[in-house]
Design a protein around this ligand. Sequence first.
Ligand SMILES: [Zn+2]
Length: 108
Amino acid sequence: MGTILNAVCTACNFNKQLFTGGGMQNFTTYHGLPAINLKTKKLVVKNYMEKEALKGKVIFYNEPGMSEGGRQLTADEDDTDIGLNTEKNKCPACGKYTMNFEFAGVWD
Ligand SMILES: [Zn+2]
Protein backbone atom coordinates (compact mmCIF):
# COMPACT_ATOMS: atom_id res chain seq x y z
CA MET A 1 0.00 0.00 0.00
CA GLY A 2 1.07 3.52 -0.62
CA THR A 3 1.32 6.23 1.96
CA ILE A 4 -0.35 9.62 1.91
CA LEU A 5 1.85 12.28 3.44
CA ASN A 6 1.17 15.91 4.15
CA ALA A 7 4.26 18.03 3.61
CA VAL A 8 3.92 20.95 5.98
CA CYS A 9 6.46 23.70 6.57
CA THR A 10 6.43 25.29 10.01
CA ALA A 11 8.33 28.40 8.88
CA CYS A 12 6.25 29.42 5.88
CA ASN A 13 2.77 28.43 4.73
CA PHE A 14 3.90 25.70 2.34
CA ASN A 15 1.57 22.72 2.42
CA LYS A 16 1.16 19.87 -0.05
CA GLN A 17 -0.40 16.42 0.00
CA LEU A 18 1.72 13.65 -1.51
CA PHE A 19 0.87 10.13 -2.60
CA THR A 20 4.03 8.14 -1.97
CA GLY A 21 5.00 4.49 -2.08
CA GLY A 22 3.35 2.07 -4.45
CA GLY A 23 -0.12 0.69 -5.02
CA MET A 24 -1.24 -2.91 -5.32
CA GLN A 25 -1.02 -2.79 -9.10
CA ASN A 26 2.38 -1.22 -9.46
CA PHE A 27 4.47 -1.69 -6.32
CA THR A 28 7.01 -3.92 -8.06
CA THR A 29 7.93 -1.19 -10.52
CA TYR A 30 6.90 2.01 -8.78
CA HIS A 31 7.81 3.55 -5.46
CA GLY A 32 6.93 7.20 -5.20
CA LEU A 33 9.23 9.25 -3.03
CA PRO A 34 9.19 12.99 -2.34
CA ALA A 35 11.83 14.87 -4.27
CA ILE A 36 12.67 18.35 -5.45
CA ASN A 37 12.73 19.00 -9.17
CA LEU A 38 16.08 20.72 -9.65
CA LYS A 39 14.81 22.77 -12.58
CA THR A 40 11.51 24.04 -11.20
CA LYS A 41 12.47 23.76 -7.47
CA LYS A 42 9.04 22.28 -6.88
CA LEU A 43 8.19 19.45 -4.52
CA VAL A 44 7.25 16.40 -6.55
CA VAL A 45 6.79 12.65 -6.12
CA LYS A 46 9.01 10.59 -8.39
CA ASN A 47 9.65 6.90 -8.85
CA TYR A 48 12.57 5.98 -6.64
CA MET A 49 13.12 2.80 -8.68
CA GLU A 50 14.15 5.03 -11.57
CA LYS A 51 16.57 7.08 -9.52
CA GLU A 52 19.51 6.40 -11.82
CA ALA A 53 17.60 7.78 -14.81
CA LEU A 54 16.43 10.75 -12.74
CA LYS A 55 19.89 11.68 -11.49
CA GLY A 56 20.57 15.38 -12.06
CA LYS A 57 16.88 16.08 -12.61
CA VAL A 58 15.49 15.52 -9.14
CA ILE A 59 16.93 15.04 -5.66
CA PHE A 60 15.07 12.66 -3.37
CA TYR A 61 14.37 13.44 0.25
CA ASN A 62 16.37 10.49 1.53
CA GLU A 63 19.55 11.85 -0.05
CA PRO A 64 22.23 13.74 1.90
CA GLY A 65 21.53 17.43 2.44
CA MET A 66 17.76 17.11 2.19
CA SER A 67 17.08 16.67 5.89
CA GLU A 68 18.76 17.56 9.15
CA GLY A 69 17.52 14.40 10.77
CA GLY A 70 14.73 13.63 13.16
CA ARG A 71 12.42 10.70 13.47
CA GLN A 72 12.18 8.39 10.49
CA LEU A 73 8.88 6.99 9.33
CA THR A 74 8.05 3.73 11.05
CA ALA A 75 7.35 0.50 9.22
CA ASP A 76 3.62 1.09 9.67
CA GLU A 77 3.85 4.45 8.01
CA ASP A 78 6.25 3.43 5.27
CA ASP A 79 6.71 -0.27 4.61
CA THR A 80 9.73 0.16 2.41
CA ASP A 81 12.49 1.32 4.76
CA ILE A 82 13.60 3.96 2.36
CA GLY A 83 14.78 6.33 5.04
CA LEU A 84 12.48 9.31 4.89
CA ASN A 85 12.63 11.63 7.87
CA THR A 86 9.40 12.99 9.26
CA GLU A 87 10.86 16.32 10.28
CA LYS A 88 13.62 18.85 9.56
CA ASN A 89 13.30 18.38 5.83
CA LYS A 90 14.30 21.10 3.40
CA CYS A 91 11.32 23.22 2.40
CA PRO A 92 11.09 23.87 -1.36
CA ALA A 93 9.40 27.22 -0.72
CA CYS A 94 11.56 28.92 1.93
CA GLY A 95 14.68 26.71 1.85
CA LYS A 96 14.75 26.15 5.61
CA TYR A 97 14.92 22.73 7.25
CA THR A 98 11.49 23.15 8.75
CA MET A 99 9.26 20.92 6.68
CA ASN A 100 7.55 17.89 8.19
CA PHE A 101 6.12 14.86 6.45
CA GLU A 102 2.98 13.99 8.38
CA PHE A 103 1.35 10.61 7.95
CA ALA A 104 -2.14 11.19 6.54
CA GLY A 105 -3.32 7.74 5.50
CA VAL A 106 -2.82 5.01 2.96
CA TRP A 107 -3.82 4.39 -0.62
CA ASP A 108 -3.73 1.18 -2.60
ZN1 LIG B 1 8.95 26.79 4.15
